[in-house]
Design a protein around this ligand. Structure first.
Ligand code: FES
Length: 257
């Protein structure tokens, strides 16, 4: 058994799409890798099994990464923690280091570097570059925008300007499934508001919230979806559901997980 095989590493991140490939890569390199989807699960794993290193996402539903870090420092002082700050501002990484994290790193940095390398120095490349970075995160985190500015030399104000001007860019994380609720005229007169309320209630969304805690759904209001004869209409990803009632919304949403 080599030295790495003796290292037990716990990945704590709510995004399984991020965790699974990273686990595979670390496993290939010989680490023993455990997983947790949030702070509570992390505490439960660490209470049962000794862990040498925790790789911890800063932004998670429930306990934040910083709160989990504080718990680890207090209860498992010999465990090192590396913070992933891809979904947060770099200041979280600095705060984490001050609170005892071994290091912090930007999530998916290698992928972002590869995108920047592909476009750097090319004329008119800022928009396609930002589109590809958005694909990496599914939105444009602020620290990724800052990093693009640092590496390309384009002023951060210009990058923010582009990100906010074009509707194709998203500055907030989106869920796996996008629920478009039509608020066009035909849908409005057929009860679009009650459909929207039913969608939000079924997904347990609070006032300003448009993405569920588990990042499974994002709800957006849109103008006409082009199938007014089916009003009221919602679209989930590429699928259209028409002639809805507040009661049928639940059945439709249950098709997605
Ligand atoms: S108004 Fe809703 S589909 Fe046209």
């Amino acid at each position: 058994m080599n030295a790495i095989e003796n290292i037990r590493l716990l990945l704590v991140d709510d995004e399984t799409d991020f965790r699974a490939p990273l686990k595979k890569r670390l496993h290939k390199r010989g680490f023993t890798v455990l997983e947790a989807g949030d702070g509570d699960e992390c505490q439960s794993v660490m209470s049962d099994t000794p862990v040498d290193v925790v790789v911890l996402d800063v932004k998670m539903p429930g306990m934040s990464g910083i709160e989990v870090l504080e718990w680890i420092r207090e209860n498992h002082p010999n465990t090192e923690t590396i913070l992933l700050t891809g979904h947060a501002c770099a200041a979280d990484g600095v705060e984490g280091i001050k609170k005892g994290a071994f290091d912090s790193m930007m999530k998916n940095k290698a992928q972002v570097d590869a995108v920047i390398d592909k476009f750097i120095g090319k004329k008119g490349a800022l928009i396609p570059l930002m589109q590809e970075v958005q694909k990496v995160y599914n939105y444009l985190p602020k620290d990724a925008l800052r990093y693009i500015s640092e590496r390309t030399g384009v002023k951060i104000a210009e990058i923010y300007g582009v990100a906010t001007f074009y509707s194709l860019f998203r500055l907030k994380p989106q869920g796996k499934h996008i629920v478009r609720v039509c608020k066009g005229t035909a849908c409005h007169v057929s009860g679009a508001n009650s459909i929207l309320n039913a969608v939000r209630m079924n997904l347990n969304l609070q006032d300003e919230q448009d993405t569920t805690e588990d990042k499974l759904f994002t709800v957006v209001e849109v103008a006409c979806l082009g199938c007014c004869s089916l009003a009221p209409v919602i679209m989930i990803n590429d699928n259209t559901y028409g002639k809805l009632t507040s009661d049928s919304v639940e059945t439709v949403l249950k098709k997605y997980d």
